[in-house]
Design a protein. Structure first.
Length: 228
């Protein structure tokens, strides 16, 4: 995506990308980057047979954001961290934001993006409220509930809810869970507000260095933040 390149251009040093799968960020050649994911490269090849297996990155760290967050990484460990189109899948987005800013050094960069629902299959779903997300954080939620996936099915595949028995519906929910479909939903405006509110509540000192909204890129809200 062309709009991302302007944000990546300011990255330097040693960084971490979470959930890159087969679409790693095109960071400058001078950067050293490590990869973290909930599944290994071999598992990704198995789960996504439609994707050219040579495109998947080699995963350096296995890390389930729902269960462990970024607890395996030290404070101030990286010069930058990248999280593209991952946060909508996790059980506790607020906790993830807190972790991203914890693991970057002072003056480090956090790159984060989320799909804008208006340009995805989520177009008919309601935006997730900050109150909902903050409550998940306070309860230390570590697993996406069935209610989230039912909301996904209702908004994206309503025919399944209409035509399925209870047993069949449980099967569909489990299928959606395995695929880690979108648990939370934003448009560009609400995701920007979500980030601003997280940063304010955790008293994180950070400046937005770059942003691109779906109104311009027709895909996502993408931003780069510098800690200070």
């Amino acid at each position: 995506m062309q709009h991302r390149l302007q944000g990546y251009a300011i990255l330097q040093g040693r960084g971490l990308e979470i959930g890159a799968l087969h679409q790693p960020a095109l960071v400058p050649e001078t950067c050293e980057i490590l990869y973290c994911d909930a599944i290994s490269k071999e598992e990704a090849i198995q789960y996504f047979p439609e994707v050219d297996s040579s495109l998947f990155v080699n995963v350096d760290y296995i890390c389930d954001l729902d269960k462990d967050g970024l607890s395996r990484f030290d404070n101030n460990q990286f010069d930058f961290v990248i999280l593209n189109h991952v946060i909508e899948h996790v059980a506790n987005p607020v906790k993830v934001i807190q972790g991203l800013f914890r693991v970057v050094k002072m003056g480090g960069l956090v790159v984060i993006s989320a799909p804008d629902k208006r340009y995805t299959c989520d177009v008919k779903r309601k935006n997730t409220s900050f109150e909902h997300l903050w409550n998940e954080y306070k309860l230390d939620i570590t697993e996406v509930t069935d209610e989230h996936y039912l909301d996904f099915l209702k908004g994206v595949h309503p025919e399944i809810l209409t035509n399925s028995s209870d047993g069949e519906l449980s099967h569909h929910i489990e299928h959606v869970r395995r695929r880690r479909e979108h648990a939370h939903v934003w448009d560009s405006s609400t995701f920007k507000s979500f980030l601003d509110e997280c940063i304010a509540r955790f008293s994180i000192s950070a400046e937005r260095m770059y942003e691109s909204r779906a109104e311009d890129n027709l895909t996502e809200y993408f931003s780069v933040w510098k800690t200070s």
